[in-house]
Each structure stands twice: as structure tokens, then as C-alpha cells.
Design a protein around this ligand. Structure first.
Ligand SMILES: [Zn+2]
Length: 303
């Protein structure tokens, strides 16, 4: 079993991508119609399909697949999954849609930014245009049985980041706009790769806070309580990292040295750094790329 009931008609699937547990989650909202939030990457689509089976969702019953954004770990498997779900349509940000239709550029760029992690995720297959719903701000999808999913544009992590609010569970699916949650340590680690925009990300977090959600359903990984305080803390963490990076640049530190400075000075992540360094996916996507997002932003802002 890798599917867990975590709310009203709401299930979490641990995709176990690359054999790693608690790395990437998909969510299943099972009303009269079924909606999946995040497909995860191509390589773990078989695990998502077996997760649907575990809770007796027939492939024909899935009508929507909502993608927070098109990065491979969230949506790389969309094209592959659609082939198995004959009635499903993909909900995607307008800036993400062209990359789903024609994923070659995204795949090449991902191989550059993710190195061998891209191979762990697998190459994305194209999504036919007629199976996409291009989502704008505040679109609602009524699934029956009280479940309603509403879209919010929350740029910052990526220009094409959507979040979803589900009213029955009073929860937000933030994608990567609220960081990565490491439940066993109760720590949030930034998800801020280039071209991260801290100013825009903080404004998007304000939008999520204004919904006054109870829960966060992280793509990395799982359900968290105390949503509003967590979102506020994440805003503070973004401001802290930006400050640390700006000061380190003023001192002329190298990128590698800036990384060590941030990891040392952000006391909230002290307990997880050693553990993240043992996982090649997290070391690359969280530690290296997240700090690089701040470095690139600060360097560009200066020049
Ligand atoms: Zn992402």
C-alpha cells in the first residue's frame, strides 16, 4: 500500500520516484468525479496507477488532472498518464501548456539543470492540445460530494505556478510555491531554483494566506497542519535567504561558499542538511538549485 486517506475524499499517493519514499506526492480527490493533483514524473506513473487501483478508482472515472506547474517532478508524467485515463483532461497554466504539447525543449533544459536527476524522472511524452484545459485565476471545478477545486496563480517558484484550493478540506495544494516539507523533522526547505523571484513569491504567499487555509498538501511531501503560520514562516525564510546571499555577495564569496553560509546561518534547517546531502535528488534540487536561485536573482538585481 502506498496510498493513504488524508482527508474527506482525499488520498495521498507516495510515488516513490526512483525508489525514494516521501519525495513526491500525488493527490486523488474522489468525488462523483475524480481529480488527480500532480502526476509526478514519467518514471513513477505505474506507481500512480497502482495507487488509483488501491482505492478502486477506475481509469474511466478520472476526469481531471490538475498540474501546479510543468517541472518534471510534478508533471513530467502527464502525457504518459493520459494514455491510461481515457476521459481525463489536464488543467494547466497558459505558460505551461506549450511545453506539455511539445516537451522536447523542457526535456533538454531539465537535463542541463538537473543532471542525472532528469534521468531518474524520465523523459516526458507530449500532451495533445485537445486534452488540456488552460487555467486562469479563480476557475472552479466541482467534483460532487462537496469537493471543489479552485485555481490560483502563484508565480515566484516558476512564472507558471498554479496553486489549488479545495474547500471541503480547507486545504491548499501549493506545488512548489510554499517550499518542501520534511514531515519527520517538521522543517520546510525552500524550493527556489533559477529563475526564482523572491519578491513575486512573497506576494503569492500573501494570496494563499488570505484564504486562511487549515492544511497544506505539499508536492514534496504530504499533508501539514497550521497552514497559515507555515506560509508566513516561509515568507520570512525567503527574506532571510535573500539577505544572507546579498551580504555574502558583498563579501565576495564564491557560489560554493555562499551555499555553506546559507546552510549554516538558517538555523531552522540545521537538522535536515546532512540528511538531504545523502539523497542525490534532494541534494541537487533542494540544496544546490534552491540556493542558486537566490544567487542568480541577487546578481541580476545588482547588474
Ligand atoms: Zn518546480
Amino acid at each position: 500500500m502506498h496510498t493513504t486517506k488524508i482527508g474527506s475524499n482525499l488520498f495521498l499517493v507516495d510515488l516513490q520516484t526512483g525508489g525514494f519514499r516521501k519525495l513526491i506526492s500525488s493527490y486523488i480527490l474522489k468525488g462523483k468525479e475524480t481529480l488527480i493533483v500532480e502526476t509526478g514524473p514519467t518514471s513513477s506513473i505505474p506507481n500512480l496507477l497502482s495507487g488509483l487501483q488501491e482505492i478502486n478508482v477506475k481509469p474511466e472515472a478520472v476526469t481531471y488532472i490538475a498540474l501546479t506547474h510543468i517541472h518534471l517532478d510534478h508533471a513530467g508524467g502527464a502525457g504518459t498518464l493520459l494514455k491510461k485515463l481515457p476521459n481525463a483532461k489536464i488543467i494547466v497554466h497558459p505558460k505551461g501548456a506549450p511545453h506539455l504539447k511539445n516537451p522536447a525543449v523542457l526535456w533538454e533544459a531539465s537535463k542541463k539543470t538537473l543532471d542525472q536527476t532528469a534521468e531518474i524522472f524520465g523523459e516526458p511524452e507530449p500532451v495533445p492540445e485537445e486534452r488540456m484545459i488552460v487555467a486562469h485565476e479563480n476557475m472552479s471545478f466541482d467534483l460532487g460530494d462537496g469537493l471543489t477545486l479552485t485555481t490560483l496563480t502563484t508565480p515566484g517558484h516558476a512564472a507558471h505556478n498554479l496553486s489549488f484550493y479545495e474547500q471541503l478540506n480547507r486545504g491548499v495544494f501549493p506545488g512548489d510555491s510554499a517550499g518542501a516539507y520534511l514531515a519527520e523533522f517538521d522543517v520546510v526547505f525552500p524550493t527556489t531554483p533559477p529563475p526564482f523571484r523572491p519578491d513575486i513569491a512573497v506576494a503569492s504567499l500573501d494570496k494563499l494566506i488570505s484564504l486562511n487555509p487549515k492544511f497544506l498538501f505539499y508536492s514534496h511531501f504530504g499533508k501539514a497542519t497550521d497552514a497559515v503560520n507555515r506560509l508566513r514562516s516561509y515568507q520570512e525564510q525567503i527574506k532571510l535567504w535573500l539577505n544572507l546571499v546579498q551580504e555574502a555577495l558583498k563579501r565576495g564569496e564564491s557560489d560554493a561558499s555562499i551555499r555553506e553560509t546559507v546552510l549554516r546561518e538558517d538555523k531552522s534547517i540545521r537538522d535536515v542538511v546532512a540528511m538531504l546531502k545523502t539523497n542525490p535528488v534532494q541534494e541537487k534540487t533542494l540544496i544546490k538549485n534552491s540556493i542558486q536561485g537566490f544567487i542568480n536573482y541577487a546578481k541580476n538585481a545588482k547588474s
